[in-house]
Design a protein around this ligand. Sequence first.
Ligand SMILES: Nc1ncnc2c1ncn2[C@@H]1O[C@H](COP(=O)(O)OP(=O)(O)O)[C@@H](O)[C@H]1O
Ligand SMILES: [Mg+2]
Length: 277
Amino acid sequence: MSDILHVKDLRIAFPSRSGPVEVVRGVSFDLGRERLGIVGESGSGKSQTGRAILGLTPPSGRVTAQRLEFDGIDLRGASAATWRRLRGRRMSMVMQDPKFSLNPVMTIGRQIVEAFRRQDNAPKREAKDRAMAMLEAVQIRNPERVYNAYPHELSGGMGQRAMIAMMLITEPDLLIADEPTSALDVTVQLDVLRILDDLVTQRGMGLIFISHDLRLVSSFCDRVLVMYAGRMVEELKASELHNAQHPYTRGLLNCLPQIDGGQRPLPTLKRDPAWLA
Ligand SMILES: Nc1ncnc2c1ncn2[C@@H]1O[C@H](COP(=O)(O)OP(=O)(O)O)[C@@H](O)[C@H]1O
Ligand SMILES: [Mg+2]
């Protein structure tokens, strides 16, 4: 299995009144055609890590890395033309809230068709057939209605699926899903995860699944990176989560409610300044 993504010593800094502040501080990992989870509390740098890989860091941010490479292409300082060739085609990102990623004044169908035609220049008729097939693939039961709907006419779960359909119609090699299910209710969450799972196993896509939910990530992913305050503090096989060494990860595990855990109050996580060292 060859890796499609290499990240080495990724650092992202934003300006502040007292000078640049690093919010991602030396993140390194490689990704094959697998499901990699990134977990960590809010503000730990997960989203900025994902955005940097797609060249979507806000303009004020400064990104450096010893290596940032997608399928042999150096992403550091990549040209606008290179990003156009990659983003939305070979690599895509599903954001937490579909409202910000779907165009509010264009029907869902047209957005999906345009995403496909940007890549393939296929005839309109064929693009529409593919878009409908894609909506069915994300288990939308009434694809014709959704095809003709505007984003505000869809429920959160439908919007999320429509967005996933749009991201996937180009059959990307890498998908970054940033908390893709946290706005959804539990049954829809499971549907979305199943769809993502099929794509990894059937199409050999590489998936980075970002979440603050350690239990969800460990049941869904092959491997988990744990981030704390901009650093990767631990990397684990999902099946070996119980062997976690880092006190932050252990703290997270101890805070998970146990199904047979009786009525004990949940412990709160105690932070040690030494974790920042
Ligand atoms: N545009 C920005 N300007 C300055 N700081 C930012 C900006 N975007 C994010 N940050 C900071 O970067 C840190 C990491 O953010 P983020 O990657 O979104 O965290 P997470 O996704 O893990 O919740 C946070 O402290 C956040 O405040
Ligand atoms: Mg985030």
